[in-house]
Design a protein around this ligand. Sequence first.
Ligand code: DX5
Ligand code: ZN
Length: 220
Amino acid sequence: MKSKIRVAASLLAADFSDLSREVKMVERAGVDLLHLDIMDGHFVNNISFGPGILNSLKAKTKLPFDTHLMIENPQRYIREFARAGSRIITFHIETARNPRKLIKSIRKLDCSPGIALNPQTPVSRVKPLLKEVDLVLVMTVNPGFGGQKFISSSLAKLRELKRTLKSRQNLKFDLEVDGGINRETAKMAVSAGANILVAGTYLFQSKEAKKRIKELRCEG
Ligand code: DX5
Ligand code: ZN
């Protein structure tokens, strides 16, 4: 039986000098999605890459692009990220002036809208929007850098979101978890309700990505 758990490889942990090779490596190893961390040096203290990189990579892979915008003024850039091949576009609730409008604009661009919350942001901030999104991303590190330690207090938020999802029939969003994911933390996140696991360091800094992907899906 195919596992219900999907794995998204975060390109942030890849070797930037050979992205095409790195993407093919995780694709062959069996990931479900390519997670693209977009950082602007304002919302987070790091700068990563922009839509040009996605544009170049889209011809090299069949993996759906799961774009995670850690930028101020996301409204201004969604069109470019949609054109660059994004399947999912997730923005941070902390950055959105008019989240409802932003969700609608993302849908109009034929992408699936997702909403992300920082570790300090309570679930109550996104509750009114849950029926409008396809994905909720719960950060388990403070956004900005790969390779950080998993913040386990985020598990309570995953549980709360999963409870809400089960209790209301009009909701159907994926629950994605991002930051510090490895074999152990993946188990905790999945039992708290996550069904998409983002992993950067754990997959790219390993020679055994295939085995690790299976472990993350709880098949290994
Ligand atoms: C952090 C990013 C994550 C990060 C995860 O701001 O959103 O996607 O790349 O990296 P690891 O798996 O190394 O914690
Ligand atoms: Zn991310």
